[in-house]
Design a protein around this ligand. Structure first.
Ligand SMILES: NC(=O)C1=CN([C@@H]2O[C@H](COP(=O)(O)OP(=O)(O)OC[C@H]3O[C@@H](n4cnc5c(N)ncnc54)[C@H](OP(=O)(O)O)[C@@H]3O)[C@@H](O)[C@H]2O)C=CC1
Ligand SMILES: O=CC(=O)O
Length: 332
């Protein structure tokens, strides 16, 4: 079993195989798994793990829609507003999964998504036939496949469903779900995805949703880096950057991101919707994806370096538009 298991460990985790074996205590058997069983449709008890910038409004929308919701977050206090609105709370991901038909997870990165799904008291320990796990975190395909293997070895179904759209779309129920995995689970949770989002794509095998999300965010990260250069250049040659934002917003390169974030970037304000550290993580994972198929991505590679500079100057938890700071002379 070890060779099968170890071959699934994502390269970027950089952990010795024995550490991984210790960390992810849920047994994984690729050969014998309990028979998967249909989930009641729509699921009557829903779990949500990871109540951060995105998880909080997504869970809130489920609650507002009358869903019987159980929540968990590493920092418990972030669950309190949801609990005061009627959500139940369980102290571990395992207990959430055990008490729910379907459990969603919205975690920061590959490591936290693995820890919460497959670690000690992780969700996989509470899964079983008749249940489903929907991971909406942005991770790479290898991580998603590893989580899928653990969940499915319990007899439960697995769907990866990363989202495109930020804090405001999450609040407005306007996210775009990029799903892949068990089609039965996709159909079972469709009504829940419709509460949280405006559209959903089913992309086939596990890994395809993750790949689509990484390609989209690779483009977005490069766009923001390029926009930052344009804003600073316009200012340096004596143009009004506010006018640049207006011109851009009316032409072929118009994007909501430029008109919503441009004005605050000009003021050097970066209220966090999408943390810069997550954008850099997505670029790093996208570059790994490109490397795996020998696709040249020089623009994304350059953008990634800029986000790394921004991170090294303490901007990790600012909005990703703070990448503009890395281009200012004080950082040279
Ligand atoms: N913000 C955005 O605009 C978007 C974000 N995303 C993706 O969604 C995911 C979540 O992002 P977002 O909500 O913005 O990020 P946050 O940083 O606000 O939330 C991250 C969540 O992960 C939890 N977490 C982090 N590390 C661990 C760990 N080791 N063990 C357990 N839990 C952990 C945090 O818990 P705690 O509260 O205890 O720190 C928190 O609940 C990321 O993958 C991001 O790339 C996707 C689309 C848009
Ligand atoms: O992942 C970020 C987003 O805005 O989408």
């Amino acid at each position: 079993m070890c060779s099968t298991f170890c071959s699934q460990i994502p390269h970027h985790l950089n952990l010795a195989p024995m550490m991984i074996m210790k960390r992810f205590s849920a047994p994984i058997s690729p050969y014998v798994s309990p028979r998967a069983q249909a989930i009641t449709e729509p699921p009557s008890r829903v779990g949500f793990l990871g109540i951060g910038i995105m998880g909080s409004p997504m869970a809130h929308n489920l609650l507002k829609a009358g869903i019987d919701l159980t929540v968990w977050n590493r920092t418990k206090s972030k669950c309190d507003p949801l609990i005061s609105l009627g959500a139940k709370y369980k102290p571990t991901p395992e207990e959430v999964a055990a008490s729910c038909d379907v459990t969603f997870a919205m975690l920061a990165d590959p490591q936290s998504a693995l820890d919460v799904a497959c670690g000690k008291h992780g969700a996989a320990n509470g899964m079983g036939p008749g249940k489903g796990y929907v991971d909406v975190s942005t991770v790479d395909g290898d991580t998603s496949k590893l989580i899928s293997g653990h969940i499915k070895s319990s007899g439960a179904l697995f769907l990866e469903a990363p989202v495109s759209g930020s804090k405001k779309p999450a609040e407005d129920g306007q996210l775009i779900f990029l799903t892949a995995g068990d089609k039965d689970l996709y159909e079972t949770v469709a009504s829940l995805l419709d509460i949280m989002g405006k559209s959903k794509f089913y992309l086939g095998n596990v890994g395809n949703g993750a790949a689509m999300k990484l390609v989209v965010n690779m483009i977005m990260g490069s766009m923001m880096a390029s926009f930052s250069e344009g804003l600073l250049l316009s200012e340096k040659v004596g143009l009004d950057p506010d006018v640049l934002v207006q011109v851009v917003s009316q032409g072929a390169i118009s994007a909501p991101m430029y008109s919503t974030k441009g004005p605050s970037m000009i003021e050097s304000l970066y209220p966090t919707a999408f943390p810069l550290k997550h954008q850099q993580k997505d670029l790093r994972l996208a570059l790994g994806l490109a490397e795996s198929v020998s696709q040249p991505t020089p623009i994304a590679a350059a953008a990634n370096e800029l986000y790394k500079v921004a991170k090294s100057h303490g901007l990790s938890d600012h909005d990703f538009s703070a990448v503009i700071e890395a281009l200012k002379s004080k950082f040279k």
